[in-house]
Design a protein. Sequence first.
Length: 428
Amino acid sequence: MIDIIEYPTLKADHYLELLSPESAAELTAVAGRFRDSRVIHINSTAYGGGVAEILHSLVPLSNALGISTQRAVITPRDARFFDVTKRIHNMLQGAAGELTEEELAIYYGCLDDIGAEIDEAGLSADVWFFHDPQLLPLARLLDRGAAPTRLWVVHIDLTDPNPWLMERLLPLTRAYDLLICSLEDYVPRDAPGDLGIFVAPPAIDPFAPKNCDMPRHKAADIAKALGIDVSRPLVTQVSRFDFWKDPWGVIDAYRLAKRSHPDLQLALLGLSQANDDPEGEQVLRSVTEHSDNDPDIHMFFFPNDLPASNDEIVNALQTHSRVLVQKSTREGFGLTVSEGMWKGKPMIGGNVGGIRLQIVDGESGYLVDNATQAGERIAQLLADNELCARIGRNAKDRVRQRFLIPRLLNDYLRAAQQARSVAPQPVC
Ligand code: UDP
């Protein structure tokens, strides 16, 4: 099934004000070149995870700049599709193994159906952005006339992908004009020579409820309603319960810091489990065991009976925490890093992938290679308010300069322009 997500109308002015006058003029000019084009972004989950988060802001902003832009979300007919695509995701991030014939058949079969539905529904656009490996085989099924320009956007960490899988997936990129990766390091060495390449790191929406300024008292009230003792320090990781986010390592780091700060509490916030990620509950069980009934470890997974919306809770815990952590062992980008830095908080991140792009170690946060280093940094920051304030200020500045959504839209449009220059145009 394919759903088109509707968004309320947005005004672009305050987004343009985030940019320098030159960058704002550049974005307006490049948007002008797409005024007569129809653009579709298609991905595999309406809600949960970074891609949904980005599109939720980027699509309305694109419309606000006069580009007719739609967001389509697929629902595969076979629920096992997401088990397979999560395996693909894990393997592209380095997990060993091979897919079975049955798994490959589920992957291709579900997308064949989606392709047929797109045809039947007459869904067409001049520029298609296909997000992540879930959608990779789809472009080859669409008629060139209906979709002249096709971009594949990969949001995951491709530093060390599983070679067996890469050998099978890379030929599918022939149906695309251009590949967008989050980092230069992720560009596959064996990508077809005529495939355009564009590097565009993701970005956050500073006006979204998750990122807008939240008064401290409101953040504290929400934290309190979640059962956190607001008179004691809190360290938080906001992340799906996922193997690569290393929640076990976060607990180890917290335990180490707690030796010198016995009143420390930890929050692991994983409310927005994406429906294309079936592994969350299993990881949650293992992490719960690892937490060993520590009453100062607060884990949030089930989105029922909450004192506020998911976005407000993310904002509240990032605003209220003294220190934030994103201790991933693989991370395509990690929006949560920029989200936390935007709150002016010191962020301790795993020294991997997109986290390295966001945090300048020792200036706008800290990069760590293991739980011990993370624990030492938490303890150091808790003991030094001035250090927290300085790192937090630098963190916010860095996000302002590099990781806000108008820059990303500008990148996507420039990428589409580059792709257009190589894409065969439909015969009228
Ligand atoms: N997120 C959320 N609620 C949660 C946990 C995560 O809204 O309880 C959001 C988080 O704020 C971020 C997104 O999910 O916007 C995660 O994106 P990221 O790029 O960090 O990781 P991904 O899940 O895509 O691997």
